[in-house]
Design a protein around this ligand. Structure first.
Ligand code: NIG
Ligand code: FE
Length: 414
């Protein structure tokens, strides 16, 4: 439903996350939610125009939503997803339960490579349809911006197809989609043991991707069995020269030095980070690299979680994301927030900062989204909970009642 002026009235907790938007939150600031009790928000067109109390009479609003007893907060930002893919891999759950590791399944042609086969075969229309279903679920669960990586093509034509699909989805779906080029997700079968040639073919794609704004960031899966530290450095350095800021899948299973490389290259983020060392954390903190933690992945792999407490203590800005992909299939940031608290010992306040303003920093969008402040985009959710602690505490359900995206009510309050 669209309206020119919307008033969200009397939220029991209005979680503004207002503050310095120039850098991501670290340490104690990760607990600052900027809560206003009995707070109002005015929205005009697609922007937030007043926060807290305002002199205007409710009669000036086209729509008034009574938020008594509810939490109002910024829409979730999901800064690490593999949104566009074909098919599914439920067969791997039983393999994992029998003790086969993620990298064993990949080495046998399963995992990422099995999704590559299906994604190469899929038409753009099929990819759009499948991803739209996931986006619809994400929106219902309160996510208003997602990052989306390519990486199931592993050949120029299909990598471009994925990036074009993401661009198309961005224009036709309410959710904003920020693309990342992940041509170096795995070495495809036809390039087996010819990593250098494969990497060169991906580096050759960078100018076209950058020129056509098909991606903002470039990512690499830096892992034994995927890409080495040197290979990762070569790709990310070339990307940087083309104006694509580096991101990196680092320290998911083994520590090859990927997170320190992120610091060295001034990457915007390093992601996964289950086995990151204290030295790496120090380097990340100094360089201001956002640590994007993905607790859904160790949940689905039945492995160790990242040491979130240590990251926060060391001054690394922490963000959270779903890592939505066929190995770890969840659209719900609420589930991720719950895992972050119960499994990684983040506090509910830290997990909310990590899913909103710090997540926005991880994709370089903190100037527009991630908090409820005058001038920011009206991406706001209303949750049917009395306080924010309920979000992780009462898990496995969807607390989001209303979603306002770009000033338009896209779910609820009809
Ligand atoms: O971030 N680990 C590497 N890439 C993805 C998973 C991709 C897949 O298994 O399809 C991740 O977890
Ligand atoms: Fe990933």
């Amino acid at each position: 439903m669209s309206a020119t002026h919307i008033l969200l009235k009397n939220a029991s907790q209005l979680i503004t996350l207002a503050g310095d938007n120039h850098r991501p939150r670290t340490g104690k600031d990760m607990s600052e939610l900027g809560i206003i009790e009995h707070g109002d928000v005015w929205i005009s067109h697609n922007q937030i125009t007043a926060v807290g109390k305002d002199d205007r009479s409710p009669h000036e609003a086209d729509i008034v939503i009574d938020c008594t007893g509810k939490v109002v907060m910024p829409g979730f930002v999901d800064p690490h997803t593999h949104l566009v893919f074909a098919g599914s891999r439920e067969n791997e759950l039983e393999m994992k339960l029998k003790g086969h590791t993620y990298m064993e399944i990949l080495a046998a042609g399963g995992g990422i490579l099995s999704t590559v086969g299906k994604t190469r075969e899929a038409s753009k229309e099929q990819l759009i349809n499948e991803a739209t279903q996931r986006l619809n679920t994400m929106l219902k669960f309160g996510t208003t911006t997602v990052e989306a990586k390519s990486g199931y093509g592993l050949e120029p034509a299909t990598e471009l197809k994925m990036l074009e699909v993401a661009k198309e989805l961005n224009s036709q779906h309410p959710i904003d989609i920020v693309s990342t080029f992940l041509g170096a997700h795995a070495v495809p079968g036809e390039y087996k043991s010819r990593n250098k040639e494969y990497i060169d073919s991906m580096i050759a794609m960078l100018p076209e991707i950058a020129a056509n704004r098909l991606a903002w960031f470039c990512d690499v899966f830096c892992e034994k069995g995927a890409f080495s530290l040197e290979e990762s450095k070569a790709i990310l350095t070339a990307a940087k020269e083309e104006g694509l800021r580096p991101k990196i899948h680092a320290d998911e299973i083994e520590n090859l030095g990927g997170s320190s490389l992120a610091a060295q290259l001034n990457a915007i983020s390093a992601e996964h980070l289950a086995v990151t060392s204290e030295e790496d954390m120090k380097a990340m903190a100094q360089a201001g690299v956002v640590g994007v933690l993905l607790p859904g992945t160790p949940y689905s792999l039945m492995m160790e979680y990242a040491n979130a407490r240590k990251f926060i203590d060391m001054g690394v800005p922490v963000a959270l994301a779903t890592d939505l992909n066929p190995n770890c299939w969840t659209e719900s940031m609420q589930f991720i927030i719950s895992l972050a608290c119960y499994q990684m010992k983040m506090t509910p306040a830290e997990a909310i900062v990590a899913s909103t303003i710090n997540a926005a920093h991880a994709i370089d969008r903190a100037g527009e989204i991630g908090s409820i402040e005058i001038g920011k985009k009206a991406d706001i959710i209303i949750l049917d909970v009395p306080n924010y602690q309920h979000i992780p505490y009462h898990f496995g359900v969807n607390h989001v009642e209303t979603v306002i995206k770009d000033g338009v009510i896209v779910k609820g309050a009809e």
